[in-house]
Design a protein around this ligand. Structure first.
Ligand SMILES: [Zn+2]
Length: 121
């Protein structure tokens, strides 16, 4: 499966409110992003798993976009730890690092893929 096809399926699941990850059969790493191969060991023996929709903020930062951007001028993104995986998403409601958050929806990115949105639990 190519990264593009994997990403499309991952986006579809997210629009249904589900977070999918992929666990590597060879090294046991779980990825929160749709990759065709394991970034740790290069294995293609990846199994799709369902990830929890609640997690903890691992990093967060504010992205400043021009006023004519899709949303408000600045928005926050962060990496959220859900289960064994880490997922990049939008952060609503101003959570800080270490705060518990829950999946609250998604936004569409420029490529037409869904990006998860998290808010404080
Ligand atoms: Zn691996």
């Amino acid at each position: 499966m190519s990264d593009g096809l994997a990403h499309a399926g991952w986006s579809e699941a997210l629009r249904d409110g589900r977070l999918l990850g992929r666990t590597c059969d060879d090294c046991g790493t779980t990825q929160g992003t749709p990759k065709a191969a394991c970034p740790d060991c290069g294995s293609r023996a990846l199994e799709t798993v369902e990830l929890p929709t609640e997690g903890v903020v691992y990093t967060e930062t504010t992205v400043n976009v021009p006023p004519e951007g899709i949303e408000e001028r600045g928005y926050r993104v962060g990496i959220v730890e859900v289960g064994d995986a880490r997922i990049l998403g939008r952060l609503g409601g101003g959570p800080s690092i270490g705060d518990e958050v829950t999946l609250s929806g998604y936004v569409e990115d420029e490529q037409g893929y869904a990006v998860p949105r998290f808010e404080p639990a």
